[in-house]
Design a protein around this ligand. Structure first.
Ligand code: FAD
Ligand code: SIN
Length: 524
């Protein structure tokens, strides 16, 4: 039996929760489907904080400028302006809803991260900013009677009728069977795809499902080649790559090689606070030079009490692995962390498919360009989550749900195998890490594409097919971009090229095209 609601939101991270609240505040019925428990998301694990213009020595122009510089010529200036100017209002609202950012004597405290010209990062419980934001948003959403949140409801495809997205197909956690649910519109807030790579800071839910679903529904994807690799993930054999926040370097942490040398001096004058892509590549170069698989983060010059208070979660996690951050050098190496590209949207979350919206990491609004400025994504989730909710409401409120004739065969196949098969996942993750990772070239990318195409020809479940297709989109965009820019580095094209100051656009049925701008105006 099919279900019906007013609006469907997929995902319960910062973007999904904020979009749901925007819809519910207007009285709409909102069904939130989420893959795991409600709090499981990239948002939950965000450490460093949220960038916002609230300190006395800061202003929106400075935040805008830092974001544009980090984006390496591919940000949409209007999107950036929207982010930094509206961001303050949404953070103020979060505080009003009970989010407890860290304070000193009642005044908000701000930390610094790479490529920020000011201390403008708010944080909570030291290094548990995301957890605190999720806590307060879940509480706020819980107060809205029209929000119905279903955990453990894995969604695997979108329902399309007459070129319009009219619902989704998900695994009903109670019936343990696939089910269709119809609505006036769908907002994808499924987050990023860090799990495409062998080493990642992202939790297991971050498999990029929403991007693949949107692609199969006919949506345009933009800038998929731009993956951000975070320089400092804890590197302990057989343990997940736990993030050691950039804020640790912001507070004075130093990177050393196996001989104890501070090597960043040889790579960039901004040292440990150079942009992430530069620090990640410098680490790779240093590891190669010294024949090791790790470098070290040194926090030992700092007071133990300060470290325990400032980074309590990191302190405890390192302790679990037998490391005392105030005394030991911490083994670190880069790991995939964030997708700059995604579903192409306008400034209101509208994708190129009618009835389909996207917000947060799954979307490409043009805010991040080729490289995201640290701590801009929680802010993006809030600002563009709210805007997508509002647009979905005003664009579609009068739309009538009826007996749709579905176009996508994938939505009527009774496929009981939800989730990406382990063997496929392992193979793709290794391939992506080795051939589509921090350093790329034509040969490595060609080999990756060949192997991915081969995997995609095997008999895959819908979720596995989504995963492999997404990997292919990243690899194909990466081979197309014959230059190095932001998070995308080609050994065979190490310079930035003016002719590539354009976005890669991918759409089902066409391999790749380009566009000068991501903002394409209203699509209603
Ligand atoms: P997410 O928070 O990832 O939420 C996605 C949701 O979609 C989840 O609920 C997931 O379960 C659900 N979902 C996914 N697929 C499906 C499916 N098929 N069916 C149903 N549900 C699905 N950014 C900052 O700005 N500051 C930071 O300090 C910071 N630190 C970070 C630290 C770590 C370790 C990581 C991994 C990221 C960090 N980031 C940080 C990035 C930031 O956390 C994310 O970009 C942001 O939280 C994304 O929010 P979102 O709502 O778009 O997606
Ligand atoms: C971090 O704390 O280093 C992560 C911040 C981010 O990804 O924005």
């Amino acid at each position: 039996m099919s279900l019906e609601t007013d609006f469907i939101v997929i995902g319960s991270g910062v973007a999904g929760l904020r979009a749901s609240i925007a819809l519910a505040e207007a009285g709409a019925r909102v069904t939130v489907l989420t893959k795991d428990k409600a709090s499981e998301s990239n948002t939950e694990y965000a450490q460093g904080g949220v960038a916002v213009v609230l300190s006395d020595d800061d202003n929106a122009e400075l935040h805008e400028e830092d974001t544009l510089i980090a984006g390496a010529g591919l940000c949409d200036p209007e999107a950036v302006e929207t982010l930094v100017t509206e961001g303050t209002k949404y953070i103020q609202q979060l505080i009003d809803w009970g989010t407890e950012f860290d304070r000193d004597g009642g005044k908000l405290v701000f930390t610094k991260e790479a490529a920020h010209s000011r201390r403008r990062i708010l944080h909570a419980h030291g290094d548990s900013t995301g957890k605190e934001i999720v806590r307060s948003l879940i509480a706020r959403a819980g107060a809205e009677k029209t929000i119905h949140l279903t955990p453990f409801a894995n969604t695997e495809s979108l329902l399309v009728s007459d070129g319009r997205c009219v619902g989704v197909r998900f695994l009903d956690p109670i019936l343990r069977a696939p089910r269709n649910i119809f609505a006036k519109s769908v907002i994808l807030c499924t987050g990023g795809a860090g799990q495409l790579f062998l080493h990642t800071t992202n939790p297991p839910v971050a498999t990029g499902d929403g991007m693949a679903m949107a692609y199969f529904a006919g949506a345009e994807m933009a800038d998929m080649e731009f993956i951000q690799f975070h320089p400092t993930a804890l590197n302990i054999e057989n343990a997940p790559r736990f993030l050691l926040s950039e804020a640790m370097r912001g507070e004075g942490g130093i990177l050393r090689n196996k001989s104890g040398e501070r090597f960043m001096e040889r790579y960039d004058e901004r040292l440990e606070l150079a942009p992430r892509d530069i620090v990640s590549r410098s680490i790779v170069a240093e590891m190669r030079k010294t024949g090791t698989r790790t470098v070290f983060l040194d926090m030992t010059a700092m007071d133990e009490t300060f470290l325990k208070e400032r980074f309590p979660k990191i302190y405890e996690t390192c302790k679990f692995y037998g490391l005392d951050i105030s005394k030991d050098l911490l083994p670190v190496s880069p790991a995939s962390h964030y997708c700059m590209g995604g579903i192409r949207t306008d400034l209101h979350g509208r994708s190129t498919v009618h009835g389909l919206y996207a917000a947060g990491e799954v979307a490409c609004t043009g805010v991040h360009g080729a490289n995201r400025l640290a701590s801009n994504s929680l802010l993006e989730g809030l600002v563009f989550g709210a805007r997508a909710g509002e647009a979905a409401l005003t664009d579609n409120f009068k739309f009538q749900i009826s007996n749709f004739k579905l176009e996508d065969e994938r939505s009527v196949i009774s496929n009981l195998e939800f989730g990406v098969a382990t063997a496929v996942k392992k193979r793709v993750k290794r391939l992506m890490w080795e051939r589509v990772g921090i350093l790329r070239d034509r040969e490595s990318l060609q080999r990756a594409i060949r192997e991915l195409e081969q995997i995609s020809k095997s008999n895959l479940s819908t979720s596995s097919n989504n995963f492999v297709t997404l990997a292919l989109l990243v690899a194909q965009a990466a081979i197309w971009r014959e230059e190095s820019r932001g998070g995308h580095f080609r050994n065979d094209f190490p310079e930035r090229e003016a002719r590539f100051q354009i976005h890669s656009i991918q759409k089902l049925g066409t391999l790749i095209s380009d566009s000068k701008t991501v903002d394409f105006g209203p699509r209603i």
